[in-house]
Design a protein around this ligand. Structure first.
Ligand code: ADP
Length: 544
């Protein structure tokens, strides 16, 4: 027997029409080079409607890929809705990728048009001759003092909207499984691979920002998404805000910790989200701002050091809300919200829970699998294995079958490449990425755990641990340490600090002091760059 409920598709037009109908007076603020732009949702929605017509006028195919090369701005949010609501596919290009990767991605996705912030034009323009399928470049004027080349392919965004009538009526996307957006993974190995989100996956994932055991977005919130909209859809926050009716503050091009702190204070922001690097950078300046309105600081993308989260709890009364996921998981898969069982714990024990990546959010299923035997492992906080994920917003394959399906199991789960243990409540503790683990004498050493312990030292700003080949042990850990300004420390002192905290055989064989840990396109520690930098490095006693 079938249920007798309406079969309404889960599509982005619902998010658009809901925001337009219910929250027209709410504001979207965008920080610009010389101030702020304010626009109401009603005005913004009219611009989305004009943009929809403009895409038709420009002859963009029915399912054409509409690329963006933009900061977090209200205009970017216009594209977030106009492209999918007209059946096209939003393709957010990561502005921090290398030129070769960008042209590869644009050609692979067959982008027809690229919307680019004027401030970013100098990055994009030299690549355009290699972008074979792009017919138009639409420049969004963000006030940057940048020359615009005289080229027939270039259009002005505001002029394009002014010349286009607003689309009237309801946007309709009949099939909820239609592609809505695509994002390429940064491709630490091989070429970047395209993850294609559907309307259904996006709508369901957007709801996760609203759950109480998460960021609990509501109409009363003022939200500052720092995590870029060009990477994994800013963790779903922009769509979540529209669904909830929250006021949105976009940081625009200036994402320095100081600029972010100023926005948090001046707009009395209640919810924000960004990678740990941002919060590490902001920490020394916290005392200069009134951040008393903040209630959620969402943090993920790489492991959140316990010491960092605790520093926020001590200074602001709000720890970092740890979340884990990846481009392939839309990205939110787990969140570390406190459960009633944790009430009985000491603050120190709770800090350990907060340092975990958290429990799977509703509709996401996880399992831990022994990489050697393929057996499922118990959730006892001891056994570690690869996390595999399944759920309505988890990818089932890559665009055009790239990667040969090796990242997906026969029964349709995603192999995340992350190694973790899970406790009895399903709280995941990420140990490492499979490729970053240090394999020492047949046993694994978690580089993430070592880094966390090193970063707990008050004089240390950042630390990254990499594996160095070793004749006897196969690999041994080497710690790259960045000191806080004005501090000094010896390698021995770093090791002394670690001794009571980790097993003896985990102690790094060498400690190198560096000026900065190199970062990836999305601000994570780039272990690959470090491994390249220290290729051929000789550990003391390595030849023994
Ligand atoms: P890429 O693989 O291209 O870097 P993603 O941004 O999708 O792209 O990265 C996802 C990976 O980032 C995860 O597989 C995991 O290794 C890491 N990651 C994400 N969130 C966390 C977290 N909270 N703790 C530790 N690692 C994380």
């Amino acid at each position: 027997m079938l249920g007798l409920m309406q079969d309404r598709p889960l599509v982005l037009p619902h998010i658009f029409h809901r925001a337009e109908q219910l929250f027209g007076r709410k504001e979207i603020v965008t920080a610009t080079a010389d101030g702020e732009q304010r626009i109401t949702i009603a005005e913004w929605a009219q611009r989305v409607r004009r943009l929809a017509t403009a895409l038709d006028r420009l002859g963009i195919s029915a399912d054409g890929r509409v690329a963006t090369f933009c900061w977090n701005t209200a205009a970017h949010l216009e594209l977030y809705l106009a492209a999918p609501c007209t059946g096209r596919v939003l393709h957010t290009l990561n502005i921090r990728l290398f030129p070769d990767q960008l042209t590869y991605i644009a050609n692979h996705a067959e982008d027809e048009i690229v919307f680019v912030d004027r401030s970013l034009l100098p990055l994009l323009w030299p690549l355009t001759d290699k972008m074979d399928t792009v017919r138009h470049y639409v420049v969004i004027d963000d006030g940057a003092d940048v020359d615009i080349p005289d080229d027939p392919r270039i259009l002005d965004y505001d002029q394009l909207l002014a010349e286009s009538e607003p689309f009237a009526g309801q946007f309709i996307v009949e099939d909820e499984n239609t592609a809505a957006a695509m994002c390429y993974t940064s491709g630490t190995t091989g070429n970047p691979k395209g993850v294609v989100y559907s309307h259904r996956s996006t709508v369901l994932h957007s709801l996760i920002s609203l759950i109480a055991d998460g960021a609990a977005l509501s109409e009363r919130d003022v939200v500052l998404p720092i995590v870029p909209m060009f990477h994994a859809n800013a963790w779903g926050l922009p769509y979540g805000c529209l669904l909830a009716g929250s006021t949105i503050v976009f940081p625009g091009p200036n994402m320095t910790p100081k600029a972010v702190l100023e926005l948090l204070a001046s707009h009395q922001v209640t919810v924000t989200g960004g990678v740990p690097t941002i919060w590490m950078g902001a920490l020394p300046m916290l005392g200069d701002y009134d951040l008393s309105h903040l209630r959620v600081l969402l943090c993920g993308g790489s492991a959140v050091p316990k010491s960092l989260s605790e520093a926020y709890r001590e200074k602001l009364g709000v720890p970092l809300l740890h979340a884990w996921g990846m481009t392939e998981t839309s990205p939110i898969a787990t969140m570390s919200t406190r459960r009633s069982q944790h009430d009985e714990l000491t603050e120190e024990q709770r800090a350990n829970v907060r340092a975990k990546q958290g429990q799977p959010v509703p509709l996401v299923e996880l399992r831990l699998v022994d990489p050697d035997t393929g057996d499922e492992l118990p959730w006892d906080d001891v056994h570690t294995g690869e996390i595999q994920a399944a759920g309505p917003w988890i990818a089932k394959e890559y665009y055009r079958g790239e990667g040969g399906g090796s990242q997906y199991t026969e029964d349709g789960w995603l192999r995340t490449g992350d190694v973790a243990a899970a406790d009895e409540y399903g709280f995941v503790r990420l140990v490492d990425r499979t490729k970053d683990l240090v394999k020492s004498g047949g046993e694994w050493i978690s580089s993430v755990e070592l880094e966390n312990e090193i970063m707990a030292h008050p004089k240390i700003a950042e630390a990254a641990v990499i594996a160095i080949p070793h004749e006897r042990w196969v690999e041994r850990p080497m710690a790259c340490v960045v000191l806080k300004p004005g501090e000094s420390l010896t390698a021995e002192e770093v090791l002394e600090h670690l001794k009571p905290r980790v097993a003896k055989w985990w102690l790094p064989d060498a400690v190198e002091f560096i000026d900065e840990v190199p970062k990836t396109s999305v601000g994570k520690f780039s272990k690959k760059t470090l491994r390249d930098k220290f290729a051929g490095y000789k550990l003391p006693g390595a030849d023994a």
